[in-house]
Write a protein that binds this ligand. Structure first.
Ligand SMILES: Nc1nc2c(ncn2[C@@H]2O[C@H](COP(=O)(O)OP(=O)(O)OP(=O)(O)O)[C@@H](O)[C@H]2O)c(=O)[nH]1
Ligand SMILES: [Mg+2]
Length: 668
């Protein structure tokens, strides 16, 4: 067994809008570092990171993949992520394990919708980020133009590190500015001065700093994620890639190992090995994990590490341990799920991107394969919990989806990896319910209406949009059944779990969200007597059964507002067709939020209910002679107009059996 070549490592994400060249750039970096003899190509399916048959066939990245190369004394682990918005969940999981990132843009297409979404997430998480303007060899490449759109639409905190010459041809090159070039020094000083008043004062007083001092400041501000150096080049020809590589080494922070203390890490990817066993990719934050170590995973799951691999010399090789700062593959964790943390990083993962907006039912073409389908979906949910595999009231499996491409990929995966042919049907938009007003309900111990041996009172109140569920206790400690739950915290956690489960299905079957639920009353004795331990004491089951009952009653009193997902759409169409499009959007009740014309092309921005997206995609080519382009992103929920739809097969439907509601179908 070999030990890793160095202690320090840099976990580097490559992120971009679909097709910007992330996978091609990853190949170039590996080639430059001497890990592979020839860079592979996405177009002929020979890259190191697009290894799935499906990725090779489609020429897109579907799963985040890890490769690594040595850079001086640092091991760089590169996480190549998918750019298609249907696979944003993969990016989400990668974000939590990065020390730095390269955000790739195309020199032809410039800032694209996903570029903005990713940049916002990187900034929110303060991930040190370099920008790489790729494809300078392509006709139409214009780095200066891209730089000005970056400033206008992404961030003004950038520092171009060189200039492209000969753009638009295979001979295009990138020349870094010399550190002592007076023009560059001035631009560098001014960019740094935005976040450093002393540098500004010195500059105003004419006390120029030396190039070395400026570079140190640039590195420091990059590491603080307040400045983003910009490189340019071509992943196809290799131009600019050595300069980017040097920038990665000089400007991005390598993790300083904290090998002391208890092991803590996070699983950001789960895949199936050759024999169908689970392989978990873990990023370690402190301590080390060794073979045969037991790991305490969330919800009391325990798993034992059977084997460890780390990436070296272009391959995953067996190792004795994976330590702080590094990425390793753990074998033998049968119960692991993606997103699991252990040790200090055990806390739940935060969400930076919106949830899937579609749900569809899946049927095995051969009914005899139904049980196998259910098992396969459960396995896939361990790799991607956001598909939320479940069964509806009629026992049909259902999944949540971001879009059509993900649905096709899921169908191919089930067919190729599990031998199950499936059909999706009834894809519909996922709605949510929000309570309308504040309401309460209570069931007390020993009363006629209460079938359980406990007292529970709950209040539900509307919360701000996007706030999810807030749960709080407003009861005295002496009334809590601490003989069941040990501590007030333990009791609160269990009750929160009951509330969460109950809110999965609101009055019309959709998940209830954006609300504050307060436990207002609790008890385990007759309400008019003093607390005592006499009489039949409640069990955990009483609280579990009674809570949803009381919450349901409170929700019925509060009433709900059913809300549907809304998308921000960005259209680029020939100016001659803009009016026709505006009229169509107007008919659909879309809100026009922006319009700019630059000669022949007009950009329209609008907020459109998600259910209309597919129709818009269908009509766009006809309305624009095939010239129009469309990008969309999730932009929150808004109350539905007219009669609210009821979720098909949802549990809320049981109160009005036979009523199918006015659910809108997404044309498929
Ligand atoms: N001309 C030119 N083509 C490039 C360059 N980089 C990538 N491409 C091509 O652009 C297409 C997309 O490249 P990928 O590397 O798959 O892009 P990606 O960002 O990984 O795409 P996804 O993972 O699917 O989001 C392929 O056809 C590449 O050959 C470049 O610098 N110049
Ligand atoms: Mg890719």
């Amino acid at each position: 067994m070999r030990t890793p070549p160095s202690d320090r490592s840099l976990n580097l994400g490559i992120l971009a809008h679909v097709d910007a060249g992330k996978t091609t750039l990853t190949e170039r970096l590996l080639h430059l570092a001497g890990v592979i003899d020839e860079p592979g190509s996405v177009d002929s399916g020979t890259t190191q990171t697009d290894t799935l048959a499906l990725e090779r066939r489609r020429g897109i990245t579907i799963k985040a993949a890890v490769v690594s190369f040595p850079l001086d004394d640092v091991t760089v682990n590169v996480v190549d992520t998918p750019g298609h918005p249907d696979f944003i969940a993969e990016v989400e999981r990668a974000l939590g394990v990065l020390d730095g990132a390269v955000l790739v843009l195309s020199a032809v297409e410039g800032v694209q919708p996903q570029t903005r979404i990713l940049m916002r997430a990187l900034q929110r998480l303060r991930v040190p980020t370099l920008l790489f303007v790729n494809k300078i060899d392509r006709p139409g490449a214009d780095v200066e133009q891209v730089l000005s759109t970056i400033r206008a639409r992404l961030t003004t905190d950038i520092l171009p590190m060189g200039a492209a010459t000969g753009s638009g041809s295979r001979a295009a090159t990138f020349t870094p500015y010399r550190p002592d070039d007076p023009g560059f020094r001035e631009r560098e000083t001014l960019a740094l001065a935005e976040h450093d008043e002393r540098l500004l004062a010195a500059y105003v007083e004419g006390q120029a700093r030396s190039p070395a001092v400026l570079l140190a400041h640039t590195a420091a501000q990059t590491r603080e994620a307040v400045l983003h150096p910009v490189f340019a080049g071509s992943a196809a020809t290799g131009a600019g890639v050595p300069e980017l590589m040097a920038g990665i080494g000089a400007l991005l922070p390598a993790a300083v190992p904290d090998a002391r203390g208890a092991a803590s890490g996070r699983v950001f990817k789960v895949e199936r090995g050759a024999a169908g066993e689970k392989v978990a990719y873990v990023r370690m934050f402190s301590g080390a994990v060794r073979a045969r170590q037991r790991l305490d995973l969330p919800d009391g799951r325990v798993a034992k590490v059977a084997g460890i691999q780390v990436f070296q010399h272009g391959d995953w090789l067996p190792a004795d341990e994976v330590s702080a700062g590094r990425i390793g593959r753990l074998h033998g964790l049968a119960v692991v799920r993606v997103g699991d943390g252990f040790g200090e990083s055990c806390r739940a993962e935060e969400h930076h991107f919106p949830p899937p907006t579609l749900e569809a039912s899946v049927e095995a073409v051969d009914p005899a394969r139904r049980p196998a389908l259910r098992a396969a979906l459960a396995q896939l949910a361990d790799q991607d919990p956001l598909i939320a595999a479940r069964t509806d009231r009629d026992g049909r499996p259902m999944v949540s989806l971001y879009g059509r491409v993900q649905q096709e990929v899921l169908a191919s995966t089930l067919a190729e990896e599990h031998g199950i042919e499936v059909e999706f049907s009834d894809a519909s938009v996922i709605h949510v319910e929000r309570p309308r007003r504040i309401a309460s309900a209570v069931e007390r111990f020993n009363t006629d209406t209460n079938p359980y041996q406990a007292t529970v009172g709950l209040r539900i109140a509307p919360g701000p949009a996007g706030s999810g569920l807030v749960f709080e206790l407003d009861v005295a400690g002496r009334d809590m059944p601490l003989f069941l739950y040990k501590s007030a915290e333990g009791f609160a956690k269990v009750m929160r779990g009951h509330v969460e489960r109950a809110l999965r299905h609101g009055l019309l079957g959709w998940q209830v969200t954006d609300c504050r639920v307060t436990l207002t009353e609790v008890g385990y004795t007759s309400f008019d007597g003093p607390p005592s331990r006499r009489g039949p004491l409640p069990t955990a089951l009483d609280y579990r059964k009674l809570t949803p009952l009381v919450l349901r009653r409170a929700l019925e009193r509060a009433g709900v507002r059913v809300c549907e997902p809304v998308l921000g759409v960005d259209l680029e169409v020939p100016t001659a067709d803009a009016t026709a499009l505006q009229r169509l959007l107007g008919r659909w009740g879309a809100e026009l939020t922006g319009q700019t014309s630059a000669g022949e092309l007009t950009r329209l921005q609008a907020r459109l209910v998600a259910v209309r997206l597919h129709e818009l995609q269908r009509q766009l080519p006809d309305l624009t002679g095939g010239e129009g382009t469309l990008e969309s992103r999730f932009d929150g929920y808004q109350p539905v107009r007219g009669r609210p739809p009821r979720r098909r097969g949802g549990h809320g439907a049981r109160h009005q059996a036979g009523h199918t509601g006015a659910r809108e179908r997404v044309p498929t």
